[in-house]
Design a protein around this ligand. Structure first.
Ligand SMILES: O=P(O)(O)OC[C@@H](O)[C@@H](O)c1c[nH]c2ccccc12
Length: 261
């Protein structure tokens, strides 16, 4: 459905490498600074951006993204800021896929139909509603269809294959494969069974597979990339931004992009 995401995977495939998806908490440490960082991340090798909507109760997140969300909310970041920043990044980078990342409550609160129009106008390509189970997504699916936005499905090691197939049906863009049973955060290693799991998901499901959670260094990204169509990096980058070290964040992403080449 969304050509920007499909085209990005095609381009990366032709370059024989995995795509680099970077998660950033919008509004951390302030809306203006987060916009500048996102701009630099794209200029330095991020192929797609997950625009994280700051939320007070992020139950799938570890300490880094929790803190980033708190900083963003304390700085006054609002959903309107996320839309405005998305719109300006879209205008500057017409080809880079932008994926709205949010807990479902925030989307429901906005009003789903209004939200669909707003996301399309801001140039958003996909939506990751992290805590929205298959059984509850009946209202969001038609909104995404109406506005040409991919609903990005999440699958984890705890998802049985038959359920994974039902989750992927009606979705688009890519499969987000959660690498660990746990929350987001910086890690030093990933489970040894991950490579086999990723290959199994790639065979089972008809979309490219992005692996995320815990990928924190160029070496880890490269190892995971051998078995995935994309790697997602969040906390390892966000922790620099939350510490006021935008340069460190940009350098990490540039180093990971270089390792994937
Ligand atoms: O932070 P990590 O461990 O690098 O993981 C990716 C990630 O940040 C992003 O995709 C994400 C942030 N919060 C989430 C909650 C659920 C699923 C995914 C996410």
């Amino acid at each position: 459905m969304s050509t920007r995401i499909d085209k990005t995977f095609e381009r990366c495939r032709s370059e024989k490498r995995a795509a680099l998806v970077v998660y950033a908490t919008v509004g951390c440490p302030s809306p203006a600074e987060s916009e500048a960082v996102i701009d630099r991340l794209i200029a330095n090798g991020a192929d797609m951006i997950e625009l994280g909507v700051p939320f007070s109760d992020p139950m799938a997140d570890g300490p880094v993204i929790q803190k980033a969300g708190q900083l963003a909310l304390a700085a006054g970041a609002k959903f309107d800021d996320v839309l405005a920043i998305a719109g300006r990044i879209r205008a500057k980078y017409p080809e880079t896929p932008l994926i709205l990342f949010s807990y479902y409550n925030v989307l429901l609160n906005r009003g789903l139909d209004k939200l669909g129009g707003e996301l399309a106008a801001a140039g958003i390509d996909g939506v990751l509603a992290v805590d929205l189970p298959l059984e509850e997504r009946g209202e969001l699916v038609p909104v995404c269809e109406k506005y040409g936005i991919d609903l990005i499905p999440l699958v984890s090691p705890a998802t049985p294959p038959e359920r994974a197939k039902r989750i992927a049906a009606g979705c688009g863009g890519f499969i987000y494969y959660i690498t660990v049973r746990g929350v987001t955060g910086v890690r030093t290693s990933l489970p040894p069974e991950l490579a086999g799991e990723l290959e199994a998901v790639r065979k089972l499901l008809p979309l490219p597979v992005a692996a995320g959670f815990g990928i924190s260094t160029p070496e880890m990204a490269k190892a995971v990339a051998a078995h995935a169509d994309a790697v997602v990096v969040g906390s390892a980058m966000v922790r620099h931004v939350a510490d006021g070290d935008a340069d460190g964040a940009v350098k990490l992403i540039a180093d990971i992009a270089a390792a994937l080449k």
